[in-house]
Design a protein around this ligand. Structure first.
Ligand SMILES: [Zn+2]
Length: 241
Protein backbone atom coordinates (compact mmCIF):
# COMPACT_ATOMS: atom_id res chain seq x y z
CA UNK A 1 0.00 0.00 0.00
CA UNK A 2 1.43 3.35 -1.05
CA UNK A 3 2.09 6.02 1.56
CA UNK A 4 0.16 8.83 -0.03
CA UNK A 5 2.13 11.57 1.73
CA UNK A 6 5.01 10.83 -0.67
CA UNK A 7 2.98 12.43 -3.48
CA UNK A 8 0.98 14.95 -1.43
CA UNK A 9 2.54 18.05 -3.03
CA UNK A 10 1.34 17.05 -6.47
CA UNK A 11 -1.91 15.29 -5.49
CA UNK A 12 -3.06 18.57 -3.94
CA UNK A 13 -2.98 20.10 -7.42
CA UNK A 14 -6.52 19.90 -8.85
CA UNK A 15 -4.94 19.03 -12.21
CA UNK A 16 -3.40 15.88 -10.68
CA UNK A 17 -5.48 14.70 -7.74
CA UNK A 18 -5.99 11.09 -6.69
CA UNK A 19 -7.04 10.07 -10.20
CA UNK A 20 -3.94 11.61 -11.77
CA UNK A 21 -1.71 9.87 -9.26
CA UNK A 22 -3.34 6.55 -10.17
CA UNK A 23 -2.67 7.29 -13.85
CA UNK A 24 1.01 7.88 -13.09
CA UNK A 25 1.21 4.71 -10.98
CA UNK A 26 -0.23 2.70 -13.88
CA UNK A 27 2.08 4.29 -16.50
CA UNK A 28 5.20 2.86 -18.13
CA UNK A 29 7.92 5.13 -19.56
CA UNK A 30 10.88 3.92 -21.60
CA UNK A 31 14.04 6.00 -21.28
CA UNK A 32 16.45 5.68 -24.21
CA UNK A 33 19.76 7.05 -22.97
CA UNK A 34 20.63 7.78 -19.33
CA UNK A 35 23.13 10.61 -19.71
CA UNK A 36 22.61 14.25 -18.79
CA UNK A 37 19.00 14.24 -20.02
CA UNK A 38 17.58 10.79 -19.28
CA UNK A 39 19.19 10.25 -15.90
CA UNK A 40 17.78 13.49 -14.47
CA UNK A 41 14.39 13.06 -16.12
CA UNK A 42 14.26 9.58 -14.62
CA UNK A 43 14.71 10.99 -11.11
CA UNK A 44 11.71 13.30 -11.55
CA UNK A 45 9.57 10.54 -13.04
CA UNK A 46 10.45 8.16 -10.21
CA UNK A 47 9.84 10.88 -7.65
CA UNK A 48 6.43 11.56 -9.19
CA UNK A 49 5.48 7.90 -8.89
CA UNK A 50 5.46 6.82 -12.54
CA UNK A 51 4.94 3.13 -11.87
CA UNK A 52 7.33 1.48 -14.27
CA UNK A 53 10.54 2.78 -15.84
CA UNK A 54 12.33 0.84 -18.58
CA UNK A 55 15.98 1.93 -18.71
CA UNK A 56 18.25 1.54 -21.71
CA UNK A 57 21.85 2.74 -22.07
CA UNK A 58 24.82 0.54 -23.04
CA UNK A 59 27.39 3.12 -21.84
CA UNK A 60 29.33 3.09 -18.59
CA UNK A 61 29.78 5.91 -16.08
CA UNK A 62 32.99 7.89 -16.63
CA UNK A 63 34.61 10.61 -14.52
CA UNK A 64 33.68 13.37 -16.98
CA UNK A 65 29.98 12.38 -16.70
CA UNK A 66 29.74 13.37 -13.04
CA UNK A 67 29.88 17.13 -13.72
CA UNK A 68 26.28 17.04 -15.06
CA UNK A 69 24.91 13.49 -14.74
CA UNK A 70 24.33 14.01 -11.05
CA UNK A 71 22.27 10.87 -10.49
CA UNK A 72 25.57 8.97 -10.43
CA UNK A 73 28.12 8.79 -7.63
CA UNK A 74 31.90 8.43 -7.79
CA UNK A 75 31.41 4.83 -6.65
CA UNK A 76 29.48 4.20 -9.88
CA UNK A 77 32.53 4.79 -12.12
CA UNK A 78 32.75 1.93 -14.61
CA UNK A 79 29.19 0.70 -13.97
CA UNK A 80 26.63 0.41 -16.73
CA UNK A 81 24.54 3.60 -16.66
CA UNK A 82 21.16 1.86 -16.76
CA UNK A 83 22.15 -0.43 -13.89
CA UNK A 84 23.56 2.43 -11.81
CA UNK A 85 20.53 4.64 -12.52
CA UNK A 86 18.13 1.84 -11.58
CA UNK A 87 19.80 1.52 -8.18
CA UNK A 88 19.46 5.25 -7.50
CA UNK A 89 15.83 5.33 -8.67
CA UNK A 90 14.93 2.42 -6.39
CA UNK A 91 16.63 4.23 -3.51
CA UNK A 92 14.60 7.36 -4.26
CA UNK A 93 11.27 5.57 -4.62
CA UNK A 94 10.96 1.82 -3.89
CA UNK A 95 7.37 1.93 -5.17
CA UNK A 96 8.65 2.39 -8.73
CA UNK A 97 9.48 -0.70 -10.73
CA UNK A 98 12.65 -0.42 -12.81
CA UNK A 99 13.81 -2.73 -15.56
CA UNK A 100 17.12 -2.53 -17.41
CA UNK A 101 16.72 -3.51 -21.05
CA UNK A 102 19.26 -4.09 -23.80
CA UNK A 103 19.72 -1.47 -26.51
CA UNK A 104 18.70 -3.84 -29.30
CA UNK A 105 15.50 -5.02 -27.61
CA UNK A 106 13.66 -1.83 -26.64
CA UNK A 107 11.73 -1.46 -29.93
CA UNK A 108 10.01 -4.78 -29.17
CA UNK A 109 8.71 -3.34 -25.88
CA UNK A 110 6.87 -0.33 -27.30
CA UNK A 111 3.47 -2.05 -27.13
CA UNK A 112 3.78 -1.97 -23.32
CA UNK A 113 4.93 1.65 -23.12
CA UNK A 114 2.84 4.81 -22.60
CA UNK A 115 5.62 7.26 -23.50
CA UNK A 116 9.26 7.23 -24.60
CA UNK A 117 11.77 9.78 -23.33
CA UNK A 118 14.74 10.16 -25.69
CA UNK A 119 17.88 11.25 -23.90
CA UNK A 120 20.33 9.97 -26.48
CA UNK A 121 23.31 12.00 -27.69
CA UNK A 122 23.51 11.03 -31.36
CA UNK A 123 21.38 11.39 -34.48
CA UNK A 124 21.23 7.68 -35.47
CA UNK A 125 19.65 6.76 -32.11
CA UNK A 126 17.31 9.78 -32.20
CA UNK A 127 16.09 8.94 -35.71
CA UNK A 128 15.69 5.25 -34.85
CA UNK A 129 13.77 6.12 -31.67
CA UNK A 130 11.57 8.57 -33.59
CA UNK A 131 10.81 6.07 -36.36
CA UNK A 132 9.95 3.31 -33.89
CA UNK A 133 7.67 5.61 -31.88
CA UNK A 134 5.93 6.90 -35.02
CA UNK A 135 5.34 3.35 -36.22
CA UNK A 136 4.06 2.19 -32.82
CA UNK A 137 2.12 5.47 -32.33
CA UNK A 138 3.74 6.05 -28.94
CA UNK A 139 4.33 9.64 -27.74
CA UNK A 140 7.99 10.68 -27.62
CA UNK A 141 9.53 13.46 -25.52
CA UNK A 142 12.83 14.52 -27.09
CA UNK A 143 15.46 17.02 -25.99
CA UNK A 144 19.02 18.09 -26.72
CA UNK A 145 21.54 20.48 -25.17
CA UNK A 146 24.93 21.72 -26.32
CA UNK A 147 27.05 24.72 -25.25
CA UNK A 148 24.46 27.32 -24.13
CA UNK A 149 21.53 26.08 -26.18
CA UNK A 150 18.77 23.59 -25.59
CA UNK A 151 15.71 22.35 -27.43
CA UNK A 152 12.85 20.00 -26.71
CA UNK A 153 9.45 18.91 -27.85
CA UNK A 154 6.77 16.26 -27.75
CA UNK A 155 6.01 14.07 -30.76
CA UNK A 156 2.54 12.57 -30.62
CA UNK A 157 2.04 10.31 -33.66
CA UNK A 158 -1.63 9.65 -32.92
CA UNK A 159 -2.36 13.36 -32.75
CA UNK A 160 -1.24 16.47 -34.63
CA UNK A 161 2.21 17.91 -35.29
CA UNK A 162 5.42 16.76 -36.88
CA UNK A 163 8.04 14.25 -35.82
CA UNK A 164 11.80 14.42 -35.36
CA UNK A 165 12.38 13.50 -39.01
CA UNK A 166 10.09 16.39 -40.06
CA UNK A 167 12.41 18.67 -38.07
CA UNK A 168 15.67 17.17 -39.32
CA UNK A 169 15.09 15.53 -42.71
CA UNK A 170 18.82 15.01 -43.32
CA UNK A 171 19.89 11.85 -41.52
CA UNK A 172 23.51 12.18 -42.60
CA UNK A 173 24.26 15.04 -40.19
CA UNK A 174 26.58 14.22 -37.29
CA UNK A 175 25.41 15.59 -33.93
CA UNK A 176 27.84 17.79 -32.04
CA UNK A 177 29.03 16.14 -28.87
CA UNK A 178 29.37 17.71 -25.43
CA UNK A 179 32.90 16.36 -25.11
CA UNK A 180 33.92 18.53 -28.09
CA UNK A 181 31.63 21.57 -27.81
CA UNK A 182 31.14 21.78 -24.03
CA UNK A 183 28.13 22.10 -21.73
CA UNK A 184 27.31 23.45 -18.28
CA UNK A 185 25.52 20.99 -16.01
CA UNK A 186 22.46 23.15 -15.27
CA UNK A 187 21.91 23.78 -19.00
CA UNK A 188 21.32 20.11 -19.73
CA UNK A 189 19.58 19.80 -16.36
CA UNK A 190 17.09 22.49 -17.38
CA UNK A 191 16.26 20.54 -20.53
CA UNK A 192 15.97 17.30 -18.54
CA UNK A 193 13.52 18.84 -16.07
CA UNK A 194 11.44 20.24 -18.95
CA UNK A 195 11.52 16.88 -20.70
CA UNK A 196 10.20 15.18 -17.56
CA UNK A 197 7.54 17.89 -17.37
CA UNK A 198 6.46 17.20 -20.96
CA UNK A 199 6.17 13.52 -20.07
CA UNK A 200 4.03 14.20 -16.98
CA UNK A 201 1.85 16.68 -18.91
CA UNK A 202 1.20 14.04 -21.59
CA UNK A 203 0.61 11.15 -19.16
CA UNK A 204 -1.82 13.26 -17.11
CA UNK A 205 -3.49 14.78 -20.17
CA UNK A 206 -2.78 18.30 -18.94
CA UNK A 207 -1.91 19.80 -22.30
CA UNK A 208 -1.44 19.07 -25.98
CA UNK A 209 2.23 19.85 -26.52
CA UNK A 210 2.60 18.23 -29.93
CA UNK A 211 3.52 20.37 -32.91
CA UNK A 212 5.81 22.82 -31.09
CA UNK A 213 9.60 22.93 -30.80
CA UNK A 214 10.84 24.82 -27.74
CA UNK A 215 14.35 26.32 -27.73
CA UNK A 216 16.17 27.91 -24.83
CA UNK A 217 19.29 30.10 -24.72
CA UNK A 218 21.30 29.82 -21.49
CA UNK A 219 23.06 33.16 -22.21
CA UNK A 220 19.87 35.26 -22.37
CA UNK A 221 17.59 32.82 -20.47
CA UNK A 222 15.05 33.32 -23.25
CA UNK A 223 12.64 30.61 -24.40
CA UNK A 224 11.19 30.55 -27.90
CA UNK A 225 8.42 28.41 -29.33
CA UNK A 226 8.52 27.32 -32.96
CA UNK A 227 5.87 25.55 -34.99
CA UNK A 228 6.72 21.91 -35.76
CA UNK A 229 4.21 20.93 -38.44
CA UNK A 230 3.95 17.53 -40.05
CA UNK A 231 5.94 17.33 -43.31
CA UNK A 232 3.73 15.65 -45.91
CA UNK A 233 6.89 14.16 -47.46
CA UNK A 234 8.44 13.05 -44.17
CA UNK A 235 10.27 9.73 -44.41
CA UNK A 236 8.91 8.65 -41.01
CA UNK A 237 5.43 10.02 -40.38
CA UNK A 238 3.94 10.88 -43.81
CA UNK A 239 0.73 9.01 -44.36
CA UNK A 240 1.09 6.50 -47.22
CA UNK A 241 -0.90 7.46 -50.37
ZN1 LIG B 1 7.72 13.31 -39.64
Amino acid sequence: MSDFSRYSRQVVLPEVGVNGQAILRDSTVLLVGLGGLGSLSALYLAGAGVGRLLLCDPDHVTLSNLQRQVIYRSDDLGRNKAEAAAAQLRALNPEVETEVIAADTWPTRLADVDLVLDGSDNFPTRFATNAACVQARVPLAFAAAIRFEGQLGLIDPARRGGCYACLYPETGTAAERCEDAGILGPVVGTMAAQQALLALRRLLGLADDAGTLHTWCARTLQWRAHSLPRDPDCSSCATPP
